[in-house]
Design a protein around this ligand. Structure first.
Ligand code: ZN
Length: 546
């Protein structure tokens, strides 16, 4: 089973990495641009002509070209709203056209600073848990603040202003030069840090990078996301994308939100048997040589109980995956003996399969046919797996929010790890708070945390650090015109305004009444996540200020 299937319909690619299937007559313009990730191209194969024309109009001779901005999640939102929610579709298209430059800037900033930023946040947890990690021990807090750079630049600008008046065109050019300088400086600082620390084992664990960054890395690892620094990273597929792929109902989406909060990891059973022979899950060893290629896979969900006497570092790597669906071979169940091979996260497998649908459907005549066949499978025999994935995306959102809060304000306890105590009444947030701030580690390091808190406060007071976040918030829907958004259902269960899974904020009457917006929160002081009131809270944030 470990050899590739040899069939006639092998996909081919252009020099820009586009599926040749997509470059049909009238679509050749795509090849003027670098191709997006292959799963994203699979979605493009489903796009109706009017959406493709919209994207073409805003890509050819446009800067930045829209086609280079559209991620997997954005395409799935475009496709879903185009057929299910016209008003939101219009808002989404407007958002994309007006915010494209900001999206690009945000991406650039993330890619320049993500390594150092994540590593420093990890170091916080390593210290908190008293875990052993040579990599993190070798890290030094680097002030990645752009403000220092800005400070110099602003001085420059002042001087220029005094010296000579500039035309608008000249000002724009000057601003561009300054922005490039800032970007370059960040890159150099990040590179310096990287070369220092790579002498050690990476020991990465904290899964808080924005999904867009993960998607951008996809090709570099052959779409095998498990080969990134940490396999804790979740595939860049948000809850609404699962809904699109598997045609999930509002009722199901709501149920997923409830299950996440109540820590209910039982699979949602539907009309399709969950037996391995019926589900036809892939043999992971066929495309990941470290995995089993002897027997088929079964779906399961990672439990919450830790193995006994586990090291602190192992615990730090484990806690982010509780509740996460995975595939495990059936060797033992089928009496073939224990092959000793490890599990695979289902979302990683799904992302890989979306990048190579030929593996699943070797005889399908085109990319479009393969993608359509995939959706049929996603909404039938794999429906339970898709639903379990939605549940986990909600859980992960809560985890990430907690991790941010603790790093920004080390004085947080399990009681106030989220700003709204109401959400802590639910089982999962409470469990997770105890995993992130476990009493056995935290008590012993309480003193250190207090010291860190005051040091952090002093630092933050000196400089308000800019932060980077995943700018895009899935479109809220008009409640009168469309079914309720799943995240709003979670609001009903008592999610705090600042929580990861909420789209509702103070001063907003309804999550459904707002236009699309870019979430733009800045951590301006420890413990306070300030938000632009016009923007949604969104968990997919990353503070790139270190
Ligand atoms: Zn096996």
């Amino acid at each position: 089973m470990c050899f590739a299937l040899l069939v006639e319909q092998v996909p081919s690619f252009s020099s820009n990495e586009w599926y040749s299937d997509l470059l049909v007559e009238g679509m050749e313009w795509l090849d003027m641009f670098p191709a997006p990730a292959r799963p994203t191209q699979a979605l493009i194969s489903l796009a109706p002509p009017r959406i493709l024309e919209f994207v073409r109009l805003h890509s050819v001779d446009v800067s930045p070209p829209l086609i280079t901005i559209l991620s997997f999640d954005l395409w799935s939102d475009l496709l879903w709203t185009a057929s299910n929610d016209k008003p939101t579709f219009l808002k989404l298209t407007k958002f994309l056209v007006t915010q494209s430059r900001e999206i690009v800037e945000e991406d650039d900033h993330v890619s320049a600073t993500v390594d150092v930023n994540i590593a420093m946040k990890e170091k916080f947890f390593v210290d908190l848990f008293g875990a052993e990690s040579n990599f993190h021990a070798g890290l030094v807090q680097t002030n990645l603040s752009i403000e220092g750079v800005d400070g110099e630049d602003e001085g420059d600008e002042e001087e220029d202003k005094d010296a000579l008046p500039l035309t608008e065109e000249e000002k724009a050019y000057h601003a561009k030069i300054l922005a490039e300088g800032r970007k370059e400086k960040l890159r150099v600082v990040a590179d310096n840090q990287r070369s220092t620390v790579n002498n050690y084992v990476r020991n990465a664990f904290l899964p808080i990078t924005p999904p867009r960054w993960i998607e951008a890395q996809s090709r570099s690892v052959g779409d095998k996301l498990w080969e990134l620094y940490t396999f804790n990273y979740l595939a860049p597929i948000h809850a609404d994308s699962y809904r699109f792929l598997a045609s999930l109902t509002e009722e199901e989406m709501k149920k997923c939100g409830e299950k996440a909060l109540t820590e209910n990891t039982d699979l949602i059973k539907g009309n399709y048997p969950l037996t391995p022979s019926m589900m036809k899950l892939p043999v992971v060893g066929d495309f990941d040589h470290t995995k089993c290629c002897v027997s088929a896979s079964a779906l399961a969900v990672r439990g919450f109980l830790a193995p006994k006497q586990q090291s602190a570092m192992a615990e730090l790597k484990r806690i982010w995956n509780v509740g996460r669906p995975y595939l495990k071979c059936l060797c033992v169940a089928e009496g073939k003996g224990d092959c000793g091979r490890n599990i695979s996260w289902f979302d990683h497998v799904l992302w890989y399969l979306l990048s190579d649908l030929h593996y699943l459907f070797p005889e399908a005549p085109s990319l479009k046919a393969r993608t359509r066949a995939f959706r049929v499978r996603a909404r039938s025999t794999w429906r339970a797996a898709m639903l379990a994935s939605v549940v986990f995306t909600h859980m992960r959102d809560i985890m990430v929010k907690m991790a941010y809060n603790v790093v920004v304000d080390p004085s947080r306890t399990t009681q106030n790890i989220l700003d709204d105590p109401a959400i802590m009444l639910h089982k999962f947030p409470w469990t997770m708070a105890k995993l992130i701030l476990p009493a056995r580690y935290v008590r012993s390091s309480e003193k250190r945390r207090k010291e860190d808190a005051s040091a952090s406060l002093a630092k933050k007071t000196r400089k308000s650090q800019p932060s980077i976040l995943e700018f895009y918030v899935p479109p809220a829907r008009d409640s009168s015109a469309a079914p309720t958004k799943d995240a709003s259902d979670l609001v009903d269960l008592g999610t705090p305004a600042s929580s990861s899974i909420t789209v509702q904020e103070d001063g907003q009457t309804s999550a459904c009444s707002r236009p699309l917006r870019r979430s733009h929160e800045v951590w301006d002081s420890p413990g306070h996540l300030s938000s632009n009131p016009n923007h949604c809270s969104d968990v997919r944030v990353v503070n790139c200020a270190g």
